[in-house]
Design a protein around this ligand. Sequence first.
Ligand code: ATP
Ligand code: PRP
Ligand code: NIO
Length: 485
Amino acid sequence: MTKYTDDSLTLHTDLYQINMMKTYWELGRAERHSVFECYFRKLPFNNGYAVFAGLERLIEYFEQLTFTDSDIAYLREVEEYPEEFLTYLKNFKFDCTVRAVAEGELVFHNEPLVQVEGPLAQCQLVETAILNIVNFQTLIATKAARIKSVVGDELLMEFGSRRAQELDAAFWGTRAAYIGGCDATSNVRAGKVFGIPTSGTHAHSLVQSYRDDYQAFKAYAETHKDCVFLVDTYDTLKSGVPNAIKIADEMGDKINFKGVRLDSGDMAYISKKVRKQLDEAGYPDAKIYASNDLDEDTILNLKMQHAKIDVWGVGTKLITAYDQPALGAVYKLVSIEDDNGQMVDTIKLSGNAEKVSTPGKKQIWRITQKENGKSEGDYISLWEEDPRELDELYMFHPVHTYINKTVTNFIARPLLMDIYTDGKLIYKQPTLAEIKKTAIANYDSLWEEYKRVLNPQLYPVDLSQAAYDQKMACIAEVRNKVKDL
Ligand SMILES: Nc1ncnc2c1ncn2[C@@H]1O[C@H](COP(=O)(O)OP(=O)(O)OP(=O)(O)O)[C@@H](O)[C@H]1O
Ligand SMILES: O=P(O)(O)OC[C@H]1O[C@H](OP(=O)(O)OP(=O)(O)O)[C@H](O)[C@@H]1O
Ligand SMILES: O=C(O)c1cccnc1
């Protein structure tokens, strides 16, 4: 087989997508107008919300979406596709309309996060990459938000590059973590490309190379203005901290003694002792950094023990989404042009009521109270509906319909925005700083009940009456069809 050296993301798809494209193309269905929506069914980590991330990478993906000569050559070599189909792929031009929620937006179960509308074969091709990107980035942004919610006003550093699932996960994961809540990263490339603030101390190897805390800290201090010394290589309280203080005393104004980092041991006990040592030596502003397999649970626990930690470095458990490695978002066909050129809504049934898809092209509306800006819940409507025209909004649980309320004096904000219109990028991408601001504002608008890390309340994600009726009609139609067989 030929060794292909160039690469494009167009073949970053499952083979079955291209096989379905062939079916659509061969049977004259490739151009049928269709609508697909991407959503997840269950919030990750038993959290009360998720933070959407991945749109920038999605746009990068769509911008390069053509089959290169070598993509075609590869498909010709390994699949027995007819030349006419390969010519069709060669001439492929992405001209779908894409809508998505903004990065940094809080999102919930069963909400269309990305909507792709256009020729059936095109919508099909992009499923894998959309899910790949949204599943990972939204998961990491959400994990970071959970951790930040426990860290509070102290600083949260992302330290995960060495433990991430390869380079892309470290790089894009860092960006997602920054959107979700991290204040800085250790990944220099992410700093350069995304403009994320970078931060770093030093490793045990520096100390080991001198085989002595004092000599190692001295060397670092002679070559850097800002110094955070890693104090646990030999003995934190007897050697690390005393030597860090000694160097700070000797170097005086020549360095900014910013603090020390703890990376092992009982961090509650040790941090209190270290704080005392630093304060007594006249360094009350020197900060205590901590790292070592931290996550929201250990951080919360350390805070309960009144650990004296000012800066939290979190790697493995954040960047790998350690406790839940996949978000489980899916991409479903919700509407398709029939033989008469009419759009018909489609459904995917399941024995589990929560898993039944909601047919029809939809919009998400965030319903907030006018007087305090707090969320009442999200309202999923059919595309043509506009709750802004209503004075009263009847909101009910989409499965347990007896749970309901009528909301007045509300603001309804549509969440799905136009990103591409007929293949043309029309969305003006916000800067990362703007995205982070959006994330913070969105988080502030959520009631505390949905924000706690343990057993939060389930945020209401309701269907409009029309969307609900449409779903019931589709279920009845499918049931009848199956009965008639
Ligand atoms: N006071 C504490 N309360 C709860 N958890 C803590 C406390 N101090 C440390 N931890 C956490 O307990 C775990 C201890 O891990 P581990 O036993 O591997 O560390 P260690 O042996 O001290 O260090 P090393 O990484 O060198 O093995 C870490 O996740 C750490 O963050
Ligand atoms: O613990 P994490 O949350 O993943 O944070 C990143 C870890 O990376 C470094 O350790 P390193 O990989 O050098 O080795 P260590 O685990 O033995 O400390 C650092 O000292 C942290 O402990
Ligand atoms: O700068 C640090 O202290 C750091 C960076 C990466 C991983 N662990 C620690």
